[in-house]
Design a protein around this ligand. Structure first.
Ligand code: APR
Length: 253
């Protein structure tokens, strides 16, 4: 692992344009379960009944049983060293943008300055019937939260069957098409169209560096350097090695 950390750190230092794609695994150590690992959200809530826009329209009260549990986890979650480590890479000018599938806002809370929320975020809610929008903290405690028109509100996160926000889709594709290195952290790579971004980056010559506790569908056919381990300790090691390289190059110059 140490040799791969050094290789990955050298790529990050030499790359003129590195981006990251993150998934739920980067927030597991912040107390938010992922979706597809044992004990994950989709093991306890059937995604067909709780995760699709059709399910929400048909039975919003039931979907809010899951959303209530998730919103309590989001409220108490704090960024872990993986979030703050990526924020540090941005501060060093070595990580252009983080494209995240997560809706927990923890990259921002961890100091990241350029983040694309590919699946929206849970900070606002909208009414599917009258289009009014509310800030989540305006509706503290109301479960399920209701619009002034009386209908149940939906968090502004992308459910299965909904489109990716156009701006996020376009910007992410452009970044993946032009980056020189792509860090992929804590995602199973199971869900389109986010899982097309590593393919896009690879096809235009980017180096793919993957951080995960286990191999994924991406590992054997796309990944150039697989750093197996928990995101927080792996990113911490990576950033420490990057800073060592920077210090040594400053001393030699
Ligand atoms: N460190 C690193 N990786 C981890 C950790 C950890 N501490 N814990 C779990 N993982 C890995 C798992 O091995 C898995 O590969 O994170 C990945 C999480 O995969 P998923 O649960 O499928 O989450 P994600 O890839 O983000 O799902 C994509 O699916 O349900 C939709 O909209 C939802 O954004 C989500 C999308």
């Amino acid at each position: 692992m140490e040799a791969n950390i050094k290789r990955a750190a050298r790529i990050i230092c030499q790359s003129t344009n590195t981006i990251a794609l993150t998934g739920a695994g980067i927030s597991v150590e912040s107390g938010i379960p992922d979706f597809r690992s044992p004990g994950g959200l989709w093991e306890r809530f059937n995604p067909i009944e709780y995760g699709t826009i059709e399910a929400f329209k048909a039975n919003p009260e039931r979907v809010w049983q899951m959303l209530e549990e998730v919103s309590h986890l989001l409220a108490s979650a704090r960024p872990n060293p993986a979030h703050t480590g990526l924020g540090r890479l941005q501060e060093l000018g070595l990580l252009h943008t983080i494209i995240t599938q997560n809706v927990d806002h923890l990259h921002h809370d961890g100091g990241a300055t350029r983040v694309i929320e590919y699946h929206g975020n849970a900070k606002t809610l909208s009414c599917l019937w009258c289009n009014q929008r509310y800030n989540t903290d305006e509706l503290e405690g109301q479960i399920p939260p209701k619009c002034s028109c009386g209908k149940i509100l939906k968090p502004d996160v992308v459910f299965f069957g909904e489109p990716i926000p156009t701006k996020a889709l376009k910007e992410s594709y452009e970044l993946a098409s032009t980056c020189k290195a792509l860090l992929v952290l804590g995602t199973s790579g199971e869900v389109a169209p986010a899982n097309m971004l590593p393919q896009t980056a690879k096809s235009t010559g980017a180096a793919i560096i993957e951080v995960n506790v286990e191999p994924t569908v991406l590992t054997n056919y796309l990944t150039d350097i697989f750093l197996q381990g928990k995101a927080s300790e792996t990113v911490t090691k990576l950033v420490r090695e990057v800073e060592t390289i920077i210090t040594e190059s400053q001393q030699n110059s």
